[in-house]
Design a binder for this molecule. Structure first.
Ligand code: ADP
Ligand code: MG
Length: 294
């Protein structure tokens, strides 16, 4: 990894370097909760989010109360504009609710000062977005390890090998992003998030840009990380196949949770999509669930 530090400093602007040297309180608090195995990782109480004023006023979240449990893959579904991204952003401290509260590991994200919030996000919240922007000059391995290297955090090589193995990336580690398919790049994004061992990973449409075969690889990766390696993932998705990988499916409509399904069946998910009449979303084709035990 020659000159990696220099590359990181110039190319990764989203990291607040001043935060890298802060430690302490949040780490101790969340470690305590994790070791105590509080089954709830994240929760929202009476969360409301309004955009605009007067006639242009939009209610994006309308009194949402919800808990996200540890070691689960939760899918958040619903039509375009139903508030999925807003809920995720408010939960993850990327947006501030108009009223109500959001908690991660018992810490109130919605009222946190910027410094503490940045620290909490860095340590306890992982993200996977629809489009991953890997650093083009770095290999897959370097991209996966990037956040840890920037933060001067130790790299757990055994964990790295597990994550890379589950993601099927063993033979791609020396490749640069241009040599990887879209699905492989998205698995690199997932592996990067897994390396941080956050309390919870929020994924916004992680398969939104992928064909169904590549999506399957990404979703299987996420599911195995939850099942076999105790990760916790909250995934916004428009994709009924993606929802089939989840332990739980929350359905939003007009900023409210209208369904909360525990390990929904193929028919349950079809029923949800039958109600999604947004013509933008196109026809829905759902393959039957392959593994009966999930
Ligand atoms: N920054 C914003 N300014 C104004 N309205 C917004 C903004 N972000 C989202 N909205 C509105 O809030 C509602 C929910 O949006 P969003 O959470 O992005 O929905 P989803 O992710 O389900 O498509 C929509 O009506 C959207 O237009
Ligand atoms: Mg969205």
């Amino acid at each position: 990894m020659q000159n990696t530090a220099a590359i990181l400093l110039t190319q990764v602007r989203s990291y607040d370097m001043s935060m890298l040297f802060q430690g302490g309180l949040i780490w101790e608090t969340t470690r305590h909760r994790k070791e105590g195995r509080d089954p709830v990782v994240a929760r929202a109480t009476d969360l409301c989010k309004r955009y605009g004023e007067g006639d242009n006023d939009v209610v994006a979240l309308d009194h949402v109360t919800v808990e996200f449990r540890r070691n689960a893959l939760t899918a958040i579904m619903g039509p375009s504009g139903s508030g999925k991204s807003t809920l995720m952003h408010c939960m993850a401290g990327l947006d501030t609710p108009t009223s109500g509260k959001a908690f991660i590991e018992g810490l109130e994200v919605s009222s946190m000062k910027q410094k503490a919030l940045t620290e909490l996000r860095r340590k306890e919240i992982g993200f996977i977005f629809q489009s991953f922007n890997p650093v083009p000059t770095l290999t897959a391995e370097e991209n996966i390890l990037l956040p840890l290297q920037i933060a001067h955090r130790p790299i757990d090589r055994a964990w790295f090998r597990k994550v890379v193995g589950v993601g099927g990336l063993e033979n791609r580690l020396d490749h640069r992003p241009s040599q990887l398919s879209g699905g492989q790049q998205q698995r690199v994004a997932c592996a990067r998030a897994m390396m941080e061992r956050s309390s919870v990973i929020f994924a916004n449409e992680p398969t939104g840009n992928l064909d169904s075969r590549s999506s399957h690889g990404v979703l299987e990766f996420l599911r195995r990380c939850v099942r076999e390696y105790d990760q916790t993932i909250v995934m916004v998705t428009h994709d009924p196949r993606a929802a089939l990988f989840a332990n739980r499916v929350l359905v939003l409509s007009d900023g409210r949770i209208v369904q909360d399904l525990d390990r929904p069946s193929y028919d349950d998910i079809l029923a949800v999509f039958a109600q999604d009449d947004d013509p933008q979303n196109g026809p829905v084709e759902v393959e039957p669930r392959k593994d009966a035990d999930q």
